[in-house]
Design a binder for this molecule. Structure first.
Ligand SMILES: [Zn+2]
Length: 238
C-alpha cells in the first residue's frame, strides 16, 4: 500500500518506518527496496484485502494524478460490513480502479457490484504484444466522428479484450504512448464480440479523462481535441 497511518496521519513508506493499516488496523512495515516501489506491507500476515494487487509504478503514477486524500480509500458496505480499499475514490463518489493483472470474471463482477459507481483503467502494457496487436487491429479511418470511435479487429493471443468485454462499467485501456505520439490517449472499450474478435473502441485524451474524473463531470464516450486546436487552446479549455 502507498499509505499507512503513522501517529494517525496518512504517510508514505520510508525506511524503518512503522504504521497501522487504515483498513484492518494491523501493524505495517515500510518496504523500501531497490526494485519494487516503496510501499507498506502487513507485518504479520498477508494483505487484508483479497482484491488488492501488488502495486506497480503504473499504479502509482495513476494514483498520483489525484489528490492524496482520494487515494486508497476504505469503502464499507453498510449492510454487510464488507470492506475494501478503493485505489481512488473521488469527492464526487466515483471509484477508479487501476488493474494491472488479469482478473477473473467473478471477482471483476463482485468488485463492480461492491463499488457501484466506478470505472476501470486497465494496464494495456502488461501483455508484451498487446499494444502491437491493438495498433495492428485498429482501423485507420474512424467508424464515426462524433463521438469518435474506431473499429478494432483483435489478432492478439491474449484475452484482454475478451476478459473486459463482460464488464458493465466503463473500461479504459492504457497503452501509454506505445503507438501514439502527442497527448496521451486511453482507449475506452465500447463493445467487443468475442466470437468475431471484433469490437469498437474510442480514444479519450488522458488529461481530459483525469480532469473529468477530478471535476466530477460526465465522462462521455470519447474525447479528443480537434486536430486544429492548439496547445494553448487546449490549456484554455481545461
Ligand atoms: Zn490491513
Amino acid at each position: 500500500m502507498k499509505f499507512a497511518l503513522v501517529e494517525n496521519v496518512r504517510s508514505t513508506a520510508e525506511p524503518k518506518k512503522r504504521g497501522i493499516c487504515a483498513n484492518c488496523g494491523e501493524e505495517m512495515m515500510a518496504k523500501c527496496g531497490r526494485t519494487k516501489v516503496w510501499h507498506w506491507a502487513h507485518k504479520s500476515r498477508e494483505m487484508c484485502d483479497s482484491w488488492w494487487e501488488n502495486e506497480t509504478k503504473w499504479h502509482r503514477a495513476w494514483k498520483s494524478e489525484f489528490p492524496e486524500d482520494w487515494q486508497e480509500i476504505v469503502h464499507v458496505d453498510q449492510q454487510t460490513g464488507e470492506r475494501h480499499l478503493a485505489d481512488v475514490k473521488t469527492a464526487h463518489g466515483l471509484v477508479v480502479e487501476f488493474q494491472h493483472s488479469p482478473i477473473r470474471n467473478e471477482e471483476r463482477s463482485s468488485r463492480e457490484k461492491f463499488y457501484g459507481n466506478m470505472i476501470w483503467i486497465v494496464d494495456g502494457l502488461r501483455g508484451e504484444l498487446d499494444a502491437s496487436y491493438f495498433q495492428m487491429g485498429l482501423h485507420r479511418d474512424p467508424l464515426q466522428h462524433n463521438p469518435l470511435a474506431y473499429q478494432l479487429d483483435w489478432y492478439g493471443r491474449s484475452r484482454i479484450l475478451h476478459d473486459w468485454n463482460a464488464s458493465e462499467k466503463q473500461v479504459f485501456l492504457d497503452f501509454g504512448n506505445a503507438f501514439t505520439s502527442g497527448p496521451s490517449v486511453v482507449w475506452r472499450k465500447i463493445f467487443f464480440d468475442p466470437e468475431k474478435r471484433r469490437g469498437v473502441v474510442a480514444p479519450y485524451n488522458k488529461r481530459s479523462l483525469i480532469q473529468a474524473i477530478t471535476e466530477g463531470e460526465d465522462i462521455g464516450v470519447s474525447y479528443l481535441p480537434d486536430k486544429a486546436e492548439t496547445a494553448e487552446q487546449t490549456e484554455e479549455r481545461r
